[in-house]
Design a protein around this ligand. Structure first.
Ligand code: NAP
Length: 306
C-alpha cells in the first residue's frame, strides 16, 4: 500500500483530501501542528510537521499533499502570533524534507494569480513557494484555487460569513463596483483533483482549481441573497471603508473577518482566471441546498486556531 502524507488533515480541505485518499486505498499520514489540540475523528496516523521534529517525518512517504498556509498574519491578543513570512519559511522546510526523504511527488496548494511582484504577502508568498517547489526538482503539481466551499456552511468560512452579514446587517457592500470575478470550487471537487494529481505522472503540472461557475463579486452577493430569500441593498464602497467596517465587525465577533489585503486581492481580480475550469459541483446548487443553515452562526477563523 502506498503512503501519502497530507498537511491540514485536521483542517478544512486537507481533511477532504485525506478522505478521498483513503477511499482510493492510500495509507494516510497526517502532518499537523495541532496533534492533541484538534479532534481526529477519522483516526489518521499523525506526525508532527517537519519544522517541529528532528526526524525526517517524510521518510517512506510516496506522495506529499500540502494544504498548510495561514490566511492572514496575526499578532493580536489571545493567540500565538502567526504570519505569512513564517508560513513561507515553514513550507520551504517541508519541501526540503520531501526532497531529502526522496518523496516521489508533491501536490502543493497555491492560489489563483500568485505574483512574485505583488505587494500583497499572500500572493507574493505563494509565488515564492511555487518557485521553491520547482527548485527541489521533485515531480509536482500545483493547484491554484480561488475560494473553497462545502460541504457544510460552518466549514465554508468566507461564504458563510457573507451570509451571516446578509442576515445581520441592513445592507452589504462591494469594494468599488464589484465587477471583479470569483470562481468558487467545491471542496470535494478540490479533493478529487488533488488525488488525481497525486496519482499523475506528469513531471510538473499547474492547474487552476476553479469551479464551473464564475461570479462577479456583486453577482455573488445577489446569488447568496436570492438563495436565502433575503433582500438587501448592495452598496459600492471604497476599499478603505470596507476594511474599516470589516475591522469593526471583526471586533464585535472577536475575529479577523476580512483584511485590507484580502479586499485588495479580491478587487484586483485575482480570484478569477481565464481558461478551463475543473470540478462539477456548482455553488448555486449548494447555496440552495444549504440556504437554511448558511450564516446562522458566524464562523470564526481565530476560534479554529485556539
Ligand atoms: N479556503 C479557501 O477558500 C482557499 C481559497 C484559496 C486558496 N486556498 C488555499 O488552500 C489551502 C488550504 O486551505 P484551507 O482553507 O483548507 O486551509 P486550513 O484548513 O485553514 O489550513 C490548513 C492547515 O494549515 C494550518 N494552519 C492554518 N492556519 C494556521 C495558523 N494560523 N497557524 C498555524 N497553522 C495554521 C493548520 O494545520 P494544523 O491543523 O496541523 O494546525 C490547518 O489545518 C491553503 O494553501 C490556502 O492558501 C484556500
Amino acid at each position: 500500500m502506498k503512503t501519502i502524507a497530507i498537511t491540514g488533515v485536521l483542517g478544512y480541505s486537507g481533511r477532504y483530501v485525506a478522505e478521498e485518499a483513503a477511499r482510493r486505498g492510500w495509507h494516510v499520514v497526517g502532518l499537523t501542528n495541532s496533534a492533541g489540540r484538534l479532534a481526529n475523528p477519522a483516526g489518521h496516523e499523525l506526525r508532527p510537521m517537519p519544522w517541529s521534529s528532528r526526524e525526517n517525518v517524510l521518510e517512506g512517504v510516496d506522495v506529499l499533499v500540502n494544504t498548510y498556509w495561514v490566511r492572514f498574519s496575526y499578532a493580536g491578543a489571545g493567540h500565538s502570533a502567526f504570519s505569512h513570512a513564517e508560513a513561507v519559511e515553514n513550507t520551504k522546510l517541508l519541501f526540503e524534507s520531501a526532497r531529502r526523504a526522496g518523496v516521489g511527488r508533491v501536490v502543493h496548494t497555491s492560489i489563483t494569480c500568485p505574483d512574485a511582484a505583488s505587494p500583497l504577502p499572500y500572493f507574493r508568498g505563494k509565488a515564492e513557494l511555487e518557485r521553491a517547489l520547482a527548485a527541489t526538482g521533485l515531480p509536482h503539481s500545483i493547484l491554484r484555487p480561488a475560494i473553497l466551499f462545502g460541504e457544510t456552511a460552518a466549514e465554508s468560512i468566507l461564504i458563510n460569513n457573507m451570509a451571516w452579514t446578509l442576515r445581520h446587517l441592513p445592507a452589504v457592500a462591494t469594494f468599488g463596483w464589484g465587477r471583479y470575478g470569483v470562481q468558487p470550487i467545491h471542496v470535494q471537487d478540490f479533493a478529487e483533483l488533488a488525488m488525481n494529481e497525486a496519482e499523475s505522472i506528469i513531471p510538473a503540472h499547474i492547474v487552476n482549481a476553479v469551479g464551473p461557475e464564475t461570479y462577479s463579486f456583486r453577482e455573488l452577493w445577489r446569488e447568496l441573497a436570492r438563495s436565502m430569500g433575503i433582500c438587501r441593498p448592495i452598496v459600492p464602497v471604497p476599499a478603505w471603508l470596507g476594511a474599516m467596517a470589516a475591522g469593526v465587525l471583526g471586533r464585535v465577533v472577536g475575529d479577523v473577518m476580512l483584511t485590507r489585503d484580502e479586499i485588495d486581492g479580491l478587487s484586483q481580480g485575482r480570484l478569477a482566471v481565464p481558461g478551463p475550469t475543473v470540478g462539477t459541483r456548482c455553488l448555486s446548487h449548494w447555496l440552495r441546498e444549504n440556504a437554511s443553515t448558511l450564516g446562522r452562526e458566524y464562523a470564526s477563523e481565530l476560534a479554529r486556531r485556539k
